[in-house]
Design a protein around this ligand. Structure first.
Ligand code: NDP
Length: 321
């Protein structure tokens, strides 16, 4: 089968198309022929070596496709069924061995590119507004990278809860997309960001900042919070945040800072199906829109990573095998 392999850490060019033997479904697995493969920012962290992994490896963790074989001990999935997943290592491939416990049935009517990119970013947006800081009607929140994959979904979920959303973006095109997702105010990154946020919140600051940008925005995020506000630092698109003196949280307003990750919010099959079900039900019913900003042939994974890291993408992006 065709797959992408990384033999050494580095830039997008280390993503190499290769022919490798077909995987087989072991006990507890299903083998899936992919229809579309999700590309996520975390894939770039593994590629550069920011996050550790053994070499060589096939990148990716998310996708959708049709079950072509079922391993021993799998009772609730059958050959021919459409499934999607957010946690199967080696997903940049034509065939993926997916642990049945992470496979989620795809509702009829959800196209493959959307199904391939809804779960990882959608369940992240879900846990951030449901569980990390459960945004309340009347709250104002700040979401960085408002036109990105997580950003567009997080904005829609928050607005649906009656929350007022302020976002940051880097261009006019991204501003338009962010407003389309429901952002009430769209700002540019900059030194005066906290002052702008305070001006929009009667001087108080926001109840929560959802920050997937990291190094470049962390200080502005802290300075934009209201007293007892929450900073959910969930990514590092601009680089990791340096070590931080916790004492600073005291005079800044008894602030909360957390660094959550999806794996800890889908720990049981029930929790996974709850979050995935909310995302897919909203998607299938039209209440949630997943923007697939670009598709790339599987062999051109390097171009997808280059565009994602270069801030040239909007919404989600997928590979097509
Ligand atoms: P995005 O589609 O949001 O792409 C990243 C965006 O970040 C860019 O489009 C860009 O938007 C913005 N950005 C700001 N500064 C930079 C920079 N220096 N380099 C690159 N991008 C920059 O990606 P995803 O939706 O896949 O992921 C968003 C964040 O969420 C990532 O940090 C990712 O790691 C994190 N994440 C965390 C999870 C968790 O559970 N903790 C799970 C899923 C994702 P603009 O040009 O408008 O600034």
């Amino acid at each position: 089968m065709r797959a992408i392999e990384v033999a050494q850490h580095g830039g997008p060019d280390v993503l190499t198309p290769v022919d490798v033997p077909d995987p087989v479904a072991g006990p507890g697995d299903v083998l899936v022929r992919t229809d579309a493969i999700g590309v996520n920012f975390i894939d770039t962290y593994f590629r550069t070596g920011l996050y550790g992994t053994a070499l060589p490896y096939v990148p990716g963790s998310e996708g959708t496709g049709t079950v072509v074989a079922v391993g021993e001990d799998v009772v609730d999935l059958t050959v021919g069924q459409r499934v999607a997943w957010a946690d199967a290592p080696g997903s940049y491939a034509e065939l993926v061995r997916v642990p049945a416990r992470v496979a989620v049935p795809v509702p009829d009517g959800v196209p493959a590119p959307q199904a391939a990119s809804a779960l990882l970013q959608g369940m992240t947006a879900h846990y951030l507004v449901e569980s990390t800081y459960a945004a309340q009607p009347g709250d104002t929140i700040l979401v960085h990278a408002g036109a990105g994959g997580v950003g567009l979904l997080l904005t829609q979920l928050a607005v649906a809860r009656g929350v007022r959303v302020i976002t940051t973006v880097s261009s006019d095109e991204k501003e338009e997309l962010s407003r389309g997702a429901g952002a009430a105010e769209v700002l540019r990154y900059g030194d005066d960001l906290p002052e702008q946020v305070r001006a929009l919140t009667g001087g108080d600051g926001v109840a929560a900042v959802y920050d997937g940008v990291g190094a470049a925005t962390f200080e502005a995020s802290l300075a934009s919070l209201r007293i007892r506000g929450t900073l959910a630092l969930f990514g590092a698109a601009s680089g990791p945040v340096p070590p931080f003196d916790l004492q600073r949280l005291n005079p800044a307003g008894s602030l909360f800072v957390t660094r959550p990750t999806l794996a800890h919010h889908v720990r049981t099959r029930d929790e996974l199906l709850w979050r995935a079900g909310d995302v897919f039900t909203a998607l299938a019913g039209g209440a949630l829109h997943v923007r697939v900003g670009a598709t790339y042939p599987l062999d051109e994974a390097a171009r997808a990573h280059s565009d994602l890291a270069g801030r040239r993408t909007t919404g989600s992006i997928v590979l097509l095998p």
